[in-house]
Ligand binder design. Structure first.
Ligand code: NAD
Length: 311
C-alpha cells in the first residue's frame, strides 16, 4: 500500500513518523519547502510542494490531510476526485455543507473518507464505551468533559469550538451512540482571534446530557471526562488513559494497557482501505460534528438553544 502525507506541521509530523514505521509512506507534500524537505529526507521519500504536483507525478492509494482546517475542503476534493482514499484531520471541513459534498464524492467514487476524531482510538475510551454498552454500572445519564491548555496564538483559522471541543462532541456522540437534538453554548475570547473558551451543553433523547468545557487560557494541560451512570461515576483521563470507577462504598481502578491513539487510528484507516475493518469515523458522523460545532457557535452568538435534526 502507498500512502502520502500532506502537511508536516505540529501534528502531521507524527503521522509521517508512524506511516514510515509501518512501511507505507510514499511521499510528503507540504507548501513549506523547508519543512517538507526535512521530512522527505528523513524518511527517504519524494517531496512535493503542492497537491496538484503530487497528483500529477505520484502513484498512491491513500492520503492523510493534516493541513489547517480552512484548506481541508479544497485538498480533499482533489484527492477524492482522483479516487484516492482520504483521511482528513479534524474538523472535516469548516462548513458542514462542504463536508456533505466530500461525503457524497467519496461515496460516488467508492473510496474511504474518514476524519481524525482520535479519541475513539484512545484505549481508555474503548473501556468506557464497553462499560456503557454493557450497562455495567447502569444507564449512562450524563457526560462531562474538561479540556484545557494554554495555546499559542498560531491557530488563526478557527476558534476553540472547531479546534478542540469537536473532540469531545464526537466522543459524546460515540458514547451515547446517537446524535444530540439540541445545543446550547456560551463562548468568549480573551487572547485569540476567535473564541478561546467555551461551554457547550448537548441534549440527547430522554433528557440525557453532555457538558463540554474547553479553554485555551489556563496554563495546565488537562483532558478528562466523567461518565455519570445510574450506579457509579466512571472517570477517565485522555492523557494518562487511567480509569477510575466510584461506586457507593468503594473506588476501583480499571487496569488498562496504555497505547498510542494515533497509531491505532492510522492502522484502522489502512485496514479500512483493505476492507479488513469498519472501525473508522464515518464521513456522515464527521459532518454531524461540524454541524454541532456550527450550532454551538450560533447558540453562543444568539444566546439561544439551537434544535437539530441530524441523520
Ligand atoms: N487530532 C488531533 O489531536 C490534532 C492535533 C493537532 C492538530 N490537529 C489538526 O491537524 C491539522 C493541522 O494542524 P497543525 O497544528 O499540524 O497545523 P500546522 O500549522 O502546524 O501545520 C500545517 C502544515 O500544513 C502545511 N500546509 C498548509 N497549507 C497547505 C497546502 N495547501 N498544501 C500542502 N501543505 C499545506 C503548512 O505548511 C504546515 O506545515 C488541523 O486540521 C488540526 O485541527 C489534530
Amino acid at each position: 500500500m502507498k500512502i502520502v502525507q500532506i502537511g508536516t506541521g505540529g501534528w502531521g509530523k507524527n503521522h509521517a513518523r508512524i506511516l514510515s514505521e509501518l512501511g507505507v509512506l510514499t511521499a510528503i507534500c507540504d507548501a513549506d519547502p523547508q519543512r517538507g524537505k526535512e521530512y522527505s529526507e528523513k524518511y527517504s521519500v519524494n517531496y512535493y510542494d503542492s497537491v496538484d504536483k503530487l497528483l500529477d507525478s505520484e502513484e498512491f492509494d491513500g492520503a492523510f490531510v493534516v493541513t489547517p482546517t480552512s484548506t481541508h475542503s479544497e485538498i480533499a476534493t482533489k484527492l477524492l476526485g482522483a479516487k484516492k482514499h482520504v483521511f482528513v484531520e479534524k474538523p472535516l471541513t469548516y462548513k458542514s455543507e462542504d463536508g456533505e459534498k466530500l461525503a457524497k464524492l467519496a461515496e460516488k467514487n467508492k473510496v474511504v473518507l474518514t476524519c481524525g476524531y482520535i479519541e475513539r482510538f484512545n484505549p481508555a475510551v474503548d473501556v468506557v464505551k464497553n462499560i456503557v454498552k454493557e450497562k455495567k454500572y447502569g444507564d449512562l445519564v450524563m457526560l462531562e468533559f474538561h479540556r484545557e491548555n494554554r495555546m499559542p496564538l498560531h491557530i488563526k483559522d478557527v476558534g476553540i469550538i472547531y479546534d478542540t471541543s469537536v473532540h469531545d462532541i464526537d466522543t459524546a456522540n460515540w458514547l451515547f451512540d446517537e446524535m444530540p437534538n439540541v445545543v446550547f453554548a456560551r463562548s468568549g475570547k480573551i487572547k485569540h482571534e476567535h473564541e478561546d473558551f467555551a461551554s457547550i451543553m448537548l441534549g440527547y433523547k430522554d433528557e440525557k446530557i453532555a457538558i463540554i468545557s474547553s479553554n485555551w487560557i489556563t496554563p495546565k494541560k488537562l483532558r478528562k471526562f466523567n461518565a455519570v451512570c445510574t450506579d457509579a461515576i466512571v472517570s477517565s483521563d485522555f492523557i494518562t488513559q487511567e480509569i477510575i470507577v466510584e461506586k457507593q462504598d468503594e473506588t476501583e481502578t480499571v487496569q488498562n494497557e496504555k497505547q498510542e491513539p494515533l497509531l491505532r487510528e492510522i492502522q484502522s484507516f489502512l485496514d479500512a482501505i483493505e476492507g479488513k475493518s469498519e472501525h473508522i469515523v464515518k464521513s456522515q458522523e464527521a459532518v454531524n460534528v461540524t454541524k454541532i460545532a456550527e450550532a454551538a457557535l450560533l447558540s453562543s452568538q444568539k444566546g439561544v438553544p439551537i434544535y437539530l435534526d441530524l441523520k
